[in-house]
Ligand binder design. Structure first.
Ligand code: ADP
Ligand code: ASP
Ligand code: MG
Length: 402
């Protein structure tokens, strides 16, 4: 069997954890399996590296930021290789260059395009354990790129797909995928199984347990995933096309704090304004999420929308520079907001779902700033200080508890 095993930052956070993972992988290898290990940077390394960059400049060139961030994963793969080597097992660590992990150009949020499998196949043939850096790739200019925060999951799935692996296991610091982040909602229930579509929605709406692109890719190439703890042997959650479990009304509640609300006030009420506004942001690769347009005073309108918190300053700067072009009176930004979403295919045929969510928030006296819905999800934007209370209230209202 060819098995891809991915371990997140906490799972390789210190020497003891590194040896624990090493032992687990060696055990798998000694059963006769081919083992590929994908690792994230140790502990909070990526955050620390970003903080270091910010000490130098608040606006580092994106290429250089990726150059810096990719070092985190290189440290963990080398240390893991040393640990496995010390156990007398043949092993090699490879970074994205050595593998040839080709991505798109975009720094900080690149997509994997193609993986050369020759080197890895050769290493497996000579019976080495292969350890690969997660989160990083190489673009057509031979520069390092990163895949977006949490992107090591995507590296693992991409390798599993490219090498037709028999299993792709994502080891993390919780026992699997829960109905909500168990650190925020203590009564959250672990799911035995979840479909790609439901997991994709949860991940996209903030459930950081899996990188959303990894789920997208798993669905596309039919890679069945297991999410489980690196710290115990508990059964994890299987992510796959169809589940045998009866579908619940909603499958989970997600919280996304990585958001900011930008309000553009006093725009001219005429055709083309929204286009001009959002085109400015699109040209700079800034993704806009929930959008709300409201009627202002005397032939004016206001548009509010959300962007990733990390991109808020840049968005405000672009809009301020173009204030006259779009004819805005003022621009404001609030970074103390959060999005709470409910997700579930069962919603489609049940009209009362959104109202039930709003009632739960009302009972907790949580004010809703913005609402956005689709057939299978409802998202509300609220003050960040209300986030945990809101999550627990909504989770309880839908009877998702253990
Ligand atoms: P890793 O470093 O292993 O990739 P992450 O921090 O990226 O770990 O993801 C695991 C974390 O995801 C958990 O510690 C948990 O707090 C969070 N999380 C958010 N939503 C969920 C959910 N629905 N189920 C499980 N964990 C979740
Ligand atoms: N180290 C990267 C991050 O912290 C990638 C990952 O953990 O998956 O985002
Ligand atoms: Mg992660």
């Amino acid at each position: 069997m060819l098995i891809v095993k991915k371990f997140g930052g906490t799972s390789v956070g210190d020497k003891e954890r590194i040896f624990h993972v090493a032992r687990r992988c060696v055990e798998e290898y000694r059963k006769g399996n081919d083992v590929i290990i994908v690792l994230s940077a140790m502990g909070k390394t990526t955050d620390e590296l970003i903080a270091k960059a910010m000490e130098i400049t608040p606006n580092p060139p994106r290429r250089e930021l990726d150059m810096l961030l990719t070092t985190g994963e290189q440290v963990s793969v080398a240390l893991m290789a040393m640990a496995i080597d010390s156990m007398g097992v043949p092993v090699v660590s490879l970074n994205a260059f050595q593998v040839s992990m080709h991505t798109t150009r975009v720094y900080g949020n690149a997509r994997i395009k193609r993986i050369d499998t020759d080197r890895i196949m050769h290493e497996l043939e000579i019976r080495r354990i292969v350890i690969v850096t997660g989160f990083q790739g190489v673009n057509k200019y031979d520069n390092y790129t990163t895949l977006g925060r949490g992107g090591s999951d995507t590296t693992a799935v991409a390798l599993a797909a490219a090498l037709h692996a028999d299993a792709c296991e994502i080891y993390t610091d919780v026992d699997g995928v829960y109905t909500a982040d168990p650190r925020v909602v203590p009564t959250a229930r672990k799911l035995k199984e979840i479909t790609y579509d439901e997991m994709l929605d949860l991940a996209t709406l903030g459930a950081g347990v899996l990188h959303n692109r990894s789920v997208e890719m798993a669905k596309k190439y039919g890679v069945q995933l297991v999410v489980r703890s690196s710290l115990n042997d508990n059964e994890g959650t299987i992510v796959k096309e169809e589940t045998s479990v009866e579908r619940m009304l909603i499958s989970g509640v997600a919280l996304d704090r990585n958001t900011a609300r930008i309000s553009v006030i006093g725009l001219k009420d005429q055709p083309g304004i929204a286009f001009k506004l959002f085109n400015l942001l699109a040209k700079e690769n800034i993704n806009v999420d929930v959008i709300l347009q409201s009627i202002g005073r005397e032939n004016s309108k206001d548009i509010s929308f959300t962007v990733a918190r990390s991109e808020a300053d840049e968005a405000v700067e672009i809009l301020t520079q173009n204030k006259n072009r779009v004819g805005a009176a003022s621009i404001s930004c609030n970074k103390s907001v959060a999005k709470v979403s409910i997700v579930g295919a069962g919603m489609m045929s049940n009209p009362g779902v959104a109202a039930k969510m709003f009632e739960a928030l009302y009972n907790e006296n949580v004010n809703i700033n913005m609402i956005s819905t689709s057939e299978i999800r409802v998202t509300v934007l609220i003050d960040e200080k209300d986030a945990e209370r809101a999550m627990n209230a909504v989770h309880g209202a839908f009877g998702l508890e253990e």
